[in-house]
Every structure is written in C-alpha cells, then in structure tokens.
Design a protein around this ligand. Structure first.
Ligand SMILES: Cc1ncc(C[n+]2csc(CCOP(=O)(O)OP(=O)(O)O)c2C)c(N)n1
Length: 598
C-alpha cells in the first residue's frame, strides 16, 4: 500500500523523536487515525476526555521534559477545544505543536459542517507559525518548521491538514521550481553577550551594596552559576512562580516566591535593594519590583524581545543564563560587607518559622483542615525527584509559599494564563515525560468539577504503563471557588456572593474509588501526614480528598496586621462565613508577629 500523507506525518514525528501525541479523535482526522493503526500506535496516541486536556497534557509534557509537546484534534469543535491549552503554552513560552483536521478541500468555503476558518482562529494563538497543508509535497517542510519554530520561539505552532489531504499518496518535494525541501534536527548555539556588555553589567553589580536577584524559568540549568553569583554579590534571590524549581529553597539566601503569592522576605528585599539582577524572568508585577528610581538594574534573557521591560534596566543582556553568568563571574568582586545578605538570611529563617506556624493554626471548621498544613506536611516528605503541579486557585498560594523545593524537584503551574484546569492534565503529561518519577498535583474542587474529575479516567486508563505508578491528586475540597471569593473580599471589599462562589458537594474519594484508584478522605489535620505516607507508598495513583477550611486567607506578603484587621471588620457585614473569616484571618496573620518556637 502506498504511503499516505498521514503515514508520512507519523513517520516524520517519529524521526523527530516524538513519542506521544495527546489527542482526541474525530472524522476531521480520520486519515491520521488510520495511520496510527498502521503504525502500531507509534507515536503513542494518548486519548484524553476533552481536547483542552490534550493541549494541557502536551504543555505539561513539554514543561517537564524540555521537549516539544504534540497535541492533535479534529476540525471545528476539536480545534476550538484545544485553544485554551495552546494559550497556556503561548503565555508560559512552552513549545507545543497542534495538529488539527479540516474539512475536505472540495467543501471549503461552502459553509460545510464543522468548517471553521482555522487559519484565522489560530492566527493569534499560533502567531509564530500556523499553516494549512493542501498538497503532499508541502508536508515535510510544514511539519518540520512547526516543530523547529515551536522549539526556537518557545511557543505553540499549528498545522492544519484537511481530511482528504491526509489520505492522499505522499510524494516528496522535488528538485524543482516552487518546491520546498526540508530537513530534520537542529543544533543550538550557546548565546553569550559580547565582552563590553558583560563588563558594563559587572561594573554596575560591583558598585551596588544591596543586591537583589530575581530568577525565573529562563534560569533553569544555571543553578551552580546562580549560587556562585549570589555568594559573590552577597545577594538574596527571589524566584518568580515558574522559576520555583530553579534554585533550592534550602539555600539560606533564597527568599522564595515573589508577588501576590510571594513571601515577605522577597517583598522586603525588593523594597530595600539598591541593585537588581534579573535572570530569565519576565515576572509581570512591577509593583513587587524595587521602586522605579531606586535600583540600578541588569537583566539577562535569552529572548531579546522579552528584555528591558517591567523595570527601567540599565543593562540588557541577550544570552543563555548559565553561559552569561559564567562570563560575568570572573569580573565580579566578592562583597566584603556581608550584612545585607546576613539580614536577608535571618528574615528567611524567620519566614519559614512563620509558614510553619501558619500551617499549624487550628481552624474552626468542623471536620476540616487548614489547607496550608496539607502542603507543609508534604514538604519534608517530597521525594528528591518529585514533580509537583498546582492548579489556579488557592492551591497556587500554598504551592508558592509552603513547599520547600530541593534536590531535582520540578514544579509548574499555569503561570501567566493562570487558567483553571491544568493540574490533572499537567500531572498526566509529567508522567509520560518521566514515568519513573512520583508526581503530585494540587487542585481545587472547582477545577476538579470543571475537568479534573473526567481526566482521572485518563489516569485510570494509563497508570499501569508507568514504571512508578505514583501520581497523587490532592483535592482542596472546600465547596467554594475560594481564590475568587478571597479576591472579592480583599480587592472588591465584597462579601461572598454565594450564587457564584459555592460549589455542589460530592465525594472526590468516592469517585476515585469507583474507577479503581486509591482514595483517601482527610477530615482531621492530625491525619494529613499519614495520608501523604499512604499516597506516597501506594501501588497506584491516589486521590486525596482533603476537606479544607475555606476561611483560611491567602494573605499577600505586604498586608499589615492593621490592613488585615480593617478588611476583616469590613467583612463582618453580610458575608456568609463572616466569623470564620475574621477569626482564621487574624489568627493566621498573627503568626508573623508572635514569638516563634525554638
Ligand atoms: C478557566 C478559568 N475560569 C475562571 C477563572 C477564575 N478563577 C481563578 S481561581 C478560581 C477559583 C478556583 O476554585 P477551586 O478550583 O475550587 O480552588 P480554590 O480556590 O477553591 O482552592 C476561579 C473561578 C480562571 N482563572 N480560569
């Protein structure tokens, strides 16, 4: 039998070493589905419950493997469903290729069933590269460029293949006019700025006396260099959310997360520094950076288009994080006065004590636990090679503040799109990227009801393929869309609007149990530790259904006790949970000011 366009597509993906395609079928990609059958499921077709989940799985796979993620969907509705996941890739700079079907060429322009103008629809999300394949000779170039562009620009790209084209006999481009041959592979340069620019950066950093560093996901792979630079400069290091796994939280000068979900030491360091060095981060919230006229600043980023914004930087260096820092290190003079760093170290030490105390505040909710304790109990139990994903919701706060990363741990969430729903599919993507590593997902009950529950079925289908079957989904069961409830209280000064915020109750453990997963319900704070132990030693994936007190506030790091008190007093009027909110809020905040143990 002749090789079809679809057969060739899969063989080209295999040549690119694509091992999984996160996908959902439909007749717009029937030709490709047939080819999967003929190719003995190589690459492996990973069926989700919803195309948005396929896209999230490809994003999670790419984030945790460092390789390109591939997702696939049918024409019309399938392609539309992929969109939110593809935007997640776009905003977090993740290489993902979407392959989608289209109606037959003969029907195009005829308002045909499921005909959607996909080139227009994908024009924004796949702005770096979106193409429709209309003749076989076009294929190798289009798929190769989609992959290469995704990897080069750290962005989603898309390939649209009409169904009838999928079934055509494949013929390669020839040595002729208007033919575009193509080739496989790519070798990357190590980009470093020129010597003069590095010298200017070094002079600036040497002249400062209170240096703050901000690192993001672009600094991954520069661990040793970052440590050395922080030591030379006597600096503290704050981490943007997507860079949480870039540097160990066990280093005493690492001030932890920054921003609304960040720590007080990061906040104070940025407020008090006179010099800023940003590496591989486009952290967007300028108000958490030093006041605009206060610090001299250097930025290092591999992408020149992301440089120089967010802060009035004095030196903007395009370069690979590790290589640029290596060029900088010989020019840096070790700060003799260590008092700035020493002060930060003692603030960090106290901060971790505060986090521990906040996690151990007992809540008033009967049969409910303080959600911070869920994270605090996991932190010391996390295996060194664990991968952690968190969903958007209150879990993101506790993920950012309570978990102490160390060793080879990896972690991520939807950093910039901050969409609900990627937790479970990120976890699945992580397991396909690293079947040998334990994976932990934190997800709110709202996100579980939105799509996480259905995606547990995907876990129940595939977990036996993973050499380490541990995938733990910890559900923050608070019957509330809690993060937004708190945002309304804190920012809008509005009481909880029950109609929009309350969720229908259900047993997440009951559902997990019914589909053959390990399931544990937690209602007692004293039982959280043993629940983690059970989940981390289980022979299959586990759902922890954790009944959490919705009145524990995600307090931003800069809130003063007085502000908290005022907010709480304002809430007394009209909030369904008013007494719990006031009590838990003040008790939690008080931990910063109370004397600590030890
Ligand atoms: C797709 C999408 N819809 C809505 C939102 C707004 N939003 C952010 S967090 C949140 C609440 C999440 O609730 P849940 O998953 O139950 O977690 P909780 O905050 O209660 O822990 C909402 C509605 C969003 N970020 N993404």
């Amino acid at each position: 039998m002749a090789t079809t366009v679809a057969d060739y597509l899969l063989s080209r993906l295999r040549e690119w070493d694509v091992r999984h395609v996160f996908a959902y079928p439909g007749d717009g990609i029937n030709g490709i589905l047939g080819a999967f059958g003929r190719a003995d499921d190589q690459p492996q077709f990973i069926q989700s419950r919803h195309e948005e989940m396929s896209a999230f799985e490809a994003v999670g796979y790419a984030k945790f493997s460092g390789r390109v993620g591939v997702c696939m969907a049918t024409s019309g509705p399938g392609a539309i469903h992929l969109l939110n996941g593809l935007y997640d890739a776009k905003l977090d700079h993740v290489p993902v290729v979407a392959i989608v079907g289209q109606t037959n060429r003969s029907a195009m322009g005829g308002s045909y069933q499921q005909e959607v103008d996909l080139l227009s629809l994908y024009k924004d999300v796949a702005s770096d590269y979106v193409q429709m394949v209309t003749v076989p000779e076009q294929l190798p170039n289009v798929i190769d460029r989609a992959i290469r562009t995704a990897m080069t620009r750290h962005a989603p790209t898309a390939v649209i293949i009409p169904n009838d084209v999928q079934e055509l006999e494949y013929t390669p481009p020839g040595h002729e006019f208007k033919m575009v041959p193509s080739s496989l592979g790519i070798d990357w340069p190590v980009v470093t700025p020129d010597d003069a620019a590095v010298r200017r950066a070094a002079e600036l950093l040497n002249s400062g006396s209170r240096v703050a560093m901000l690192v993001g996901q672009g600094a991954r792979g520069a661990r040793a260099e970052l440590e050395q630079v922080a030591d030379l400069l006597g600096a503290g290091v704050a981490k943007a959310l997507l860079g949480k796994d870039v540097l160990s939280d066990e280093l005493p000068f690492v001030t932890g997360s920054i921003g609304l979900l960040g720590t007080r030491p990061s906040y104070e360091m940025m407020n008090d520094c006179d010099t800023l060095l940003t590496v591989g981060s486009s952290f967007p919230y300028t108000q958490f950076m030093p006041p605009l006229d206060q610090a001299k600043a250097v930025q290092i980023d591999i992408d020149g288009s992301m440089l120089g914004m967010r802060y009035p930087y004095d030196v903007n260096l395009v370069g690979d994080a590790a290589a640029t820092l290596r060029a900088l290190i010989p020019l840096l003079e070790r700060k003799q006065d260590r008092s700035w760093q020493e002060d930060l170290v003692s603030k960090v030490e106290r901060w971790w004590e505060t986090m521990d105390a906040e996690a151990h505040v007992s809540t008033t909710g009967d049969g409910q636990v303080n959600p911070m304790r869920l994270f605090a109990e996991l932190s010391p139990r996390l295996p060194d090679h664990a991968i952690v994903a968190a969903d958007s919701g209150s879990a993101a706060n506790w993920y950012a503040r309570q978990l102490k990363f160390r060793g080879q741990m990896r972690g991520s969430l939807s950093g910039n799109l901050a969409t609900m729903g990627p937790g479970v599919p990120y976890g699945i993507g992580a397991k396909f990227a690293h079947p040998e590593r334990p994976v932990i997902v934190f997800e709110g009950d709202g996100a579980m009801q939105m799509n996480g529950l259905a995606e547990l079925l995907t876990i129940s289908r595939f977990w036996r393929d993973w050499s380490d079957p541990r995938l733990v989904v910890a559900v923050l069961h608070n019957n509330d869309l809690n993060q937004v409830t708190w945002e309304m209280r804190a920012m809008g000064g509005s009481p909880k609007f029950v109609e929009s915020q309350a969720l229908p109750d259900m047993s997440y453990a009951g559902f997990a149990d019914s589909i053959g997963l390990n399931a544990v319900t937690v209602t007692d704070p004293e039982k959280i530790g043993e629940a983690w132990d059970a989940a981390l030693s289980a022979d299959r994936p586990t759902v922890l259904d954790v009944h959490c007190d919705p009145n524990v506030p995600p307090i931003p790091p800069h809130a003063t006790f007085e502000q908290m008190k005022d907010a709480a007093e304002a809430l007394i009027k009209g909030d369904q949970n008013r007494w719990g909110v006031v009590k838990e809020g003040l008790k939690t905040k008080a931990q910063e000011f109370l004397p600590h143990r030890g």
